[in-house]
Design a protein around this ligand. Structure first.
Ligand SMILES: Nc1ncnc2c1ncn2[C@@H]1O[C@H](COP(=O)(O)OP(=O)(O)OP(=O)(O)O)[C@@H](O)[C@H]1O
Ligand SMILES: [Mg+2]
Length: 255
C-alpha cells in the first residue's frame, strides 16, 4: 500500500490510510505533490426561501497519483464537492488550488484551460453525444486545442484502446451496453491526458461485473499512468479497492 498524508480534520478509510512514514511501496509521500488542495471550503445554495449548506469547513489534500473515494449518504454533498474540484462549480467561500494554481480568483481563461488540460470528468449517466460516433465523442475535449486532426484521431484511438473499445469506434452510443458507454466516457475523459480524473459514481448504473471492469480500468490508469483519481461511490466494495476513503455527512468531513 502506498503511504498517504492525512491532514488534521481529515477522514481516512478502509484501506487503513496511515500517517506518513515515508515507506510507501510505489512513491514515497515526500515525493508526491498536492494536486487538489481545499481550504475551509463552504458551498451554500440559495433559492428564494431556502438556504442549503451543501458543504462546510472542507479542508483536504489529494496527492498526485492518489486514488481516493468519496462516500456518504445521498444529499451529503459528494457531487457538490466533485463539481468544485472539477471547476464546474465555485465555492461560496474558502480556497481551491488545482495542480498548484489557486482557482478562487482565476480568470475564465485560466479556468477553461485548467478544466480542459488538467481535469477529466466521468459522470454517472455517461453524458455521451448520441448523434456522434464513439470516436467523435472521444475527440471532443481535443477540439478545444490547436492540434492537427490526424493527431486528434490517433489520440482518440489510443484512448479507446486503453479502455478495450477500439473495435467499437464507429458505433453510436445507443449501440453499446451501459458498461461500454461508460468506458467510452472514460476514454473521453482521459484523451487529453489530464493529471486529475474525477468520477461521480462511475459504476452506479452498472451491474457488479461491469462495475468491476470499470474499476479495473481506473486502477490501471492510476497505477500505470500515475493519474490522480477522485471517485464518488456508494459501493463499499469498490471504495475498499482505493487508497483512501473520504467520508462526508451533512456537508462535513467526518472521522
Ligand atoms: N443547484 C442546487 N440548488 C440548490 N440546492 C442544491 C443544488 N445542488 C445540490 N443542492 C443541495 O445540496 C445538497 C448536496 O447535494 P449533492 O448533489 O452534492 O449530494 P450528493 O451527496 O451527491 O447526493 P447523491 O448521493 O444523491 O448524488 C443537497 O441537499 C442538495 O439538495
Ligand atoms: Mg451526487
Amino acid at each position: 500500500m502506498t503511504t498517504v498524508t492525512i491532514q488534521a480534520g481529515q477522514t481516512h478509510g478502509a484501506r487503513g490510510a496511515v500517517a506518513d512514514t515515508g515507506g510507501g511501496s510505489r512513491t514515497s509521500a515526500s515525493a508526491r505533490t498536492s494536486i487538489v488542495a481545499l481550504s475551509d471550503v463552504e458551498k451554500v445554495y440559495r433559492t428564494d426561501r431556502i438556504e442549503t449548506v451543501a458543504l462546510s469547513q472542507i479542508s483536504l489534500d489529494v496527492q498526485a497519483g492518489e486514488f481516493v473515494s468519496v462516500m456518504g449518504p445521498s444529499g451529503c454533498g459528494k457531487s457538490t464537492l466533485l463539481n468544485i474540484v472539477g471547476l464546474l462549480d465555485t465555492p461560496s467561500r474558502g480556497r481551491v488550488t488545482i495542480n498548484g494554481t489557486p482557482v478562487t480568483d482565476a480568470s475564465d481563461r485560466v479556468l477553461a484551460r485548467l478544466r480542459n488540460r488538467e481535469v477529466g470528468f466521468v459522470f454517472q449517466t455517461f453524458h455521451l453525444v448520441p448523434d456522434l460516433r464513439v470516436i467523435d465523442n472521444v475527440e471532443i475535449p481535443l477540439l478545444y486545442r490547436s492540434m492537427p486532426g490526424s493527431d486528434r484521431r490517433q489520440a482518440a484511438r489510443d484512448a479507446l484502446e486503453r479502455v478495450g473499445l477500439a473495435a467499437r469506434m464507429h458505433h453510436f452510443p445507443s449501440q453499446l451496453s451501459g458498461g461500454q458507454q461508460q468506458r467510452v466516457a472514460i476514454a473521453r475523459a482521459i484523451v487529453g491526458r489530464p493529471s486529475l480524473l474525477l468520477a461521480d459514481e462511475p459504476t452506479g448504473n452498472l451491474d457488479s461485473q461491469m462495475g468491476d471492469e470499470i474499476m479495473g480500468i481506473l486502477l490501471d490508469l492510476q497505477q500505470r499512468e500515475g493519474t490522480t483519481i477522485v471517485m464518488v461511490t456508494h459501493d463499499q466494495r469498490q471504495a475498499d479497492r482505493t487508497e483512501r476513503i473520504i467520508r462526508l455527512f451533512d456537508g462535513r468531513l467526518v472521522q
